[in-house]
Design a protein around this ligand. Structure first.
Ligand code: 5GP
Length: 210
């Protein structure tokens, strides 16, 4: 089978907390071996069950500041009073080797990536089917206190105001349907001519009858 070398893409999923983004990300990582997750650095404390180096790199505010000063982050933002940022080196390595990188970042980080990495970027926004369902999903998690849930509900409306800055929008009524839509986006984006860096050599060989 012919395999054309390609550059990986940066697949950004944004949504308000509770819209289903984490579930969809996990499904994608489980079923597609060519997708890896970008592990962000954050100053927020770990939630129960979260692992350092897997869910996030949990760092002090001081260390986060050092990463910013050393330009080690592709983007960074303050979300709900904590700092979050994307370490640069791992992403660049992956893209070069043809792996796609999945990002769970907010709209502020996505805007920064649009400035610095527009050609590699594919942006997907996930909307919940209704406000009621969003709140139900946030409560079902039972990990956050009432205050945090209320805060996130208030922030959700602000976060959702950025939907038009994304290339694709999925309304997450049903997780299997949404997942199929996500896969369709990825398949099409991988086939873009500019990403298939090995195409010119391949086409040359074809034309020369080799
Ligand atoms: P949580 O604390 O619930 O894990 O994440 C809170 C918010 O921070 C989510 O909207 C998530 O997308 C965003 N976030 C997580 N990592 C990053 C990052 O590296 N950069 C930016 N800009 N946002 C992030």
């Amino acid at each position: 089978m012919v395999e054309i070398a390609r550059r990986g893409l940066m697949f950004v999923l944004s949504s308000p907390s509770g819209a289903g983004k984490t579930t969809l990300s996990r499904m994608l990582l489980r079923t597609d071996r060519n997708v890896i997750m970008s592990v962000s650095a954050t100053t927020r404390p770990p939630r129960p069950g979260e692992q350092d180096g897997k869910d996030y790199f949990f760092v002090s505010t001081e260390d986060f500041g050092l990463m910013v000063n050393r330009s080690e982050l592709l983007e960074h933002a303050k979300v709900f009073g904590n700092y979050y940022g994307t370490p640069k080196a791992a992403v660049e390595r992956a893209l070069k080797s043809g792996q796609d990188v999945l990002f769970d970042i907010d709209w502020q980080g996505t805007q920064q990536l649009e400035q610095s990495a527009a050609t590699d970027l594919v942006r997907v926004f996930i909307l919940p089917p209704s406000t009621m369902e969003l709140e139900r999903r946030l409560r079902a998690r039972a990990q956050d206190t009432d205050d945090v849930v209320a805060g996130r509900m208030a922030k959700a409306s602000e976060e959702m105001s950025h939907w038009a800055e994304y290339d694709y929008v999925i309304i997450n009524n049903d997780v299997d349907t949404s997942f199929a839509q996500l896969q369709a986006i990825l398949t099409a984006e991988r086939l873009k001519r500019v990403r298939q860096t090995g195409l010119s050599d391949f086409a040359k060989q074809l034309r020369e009858g080799l």
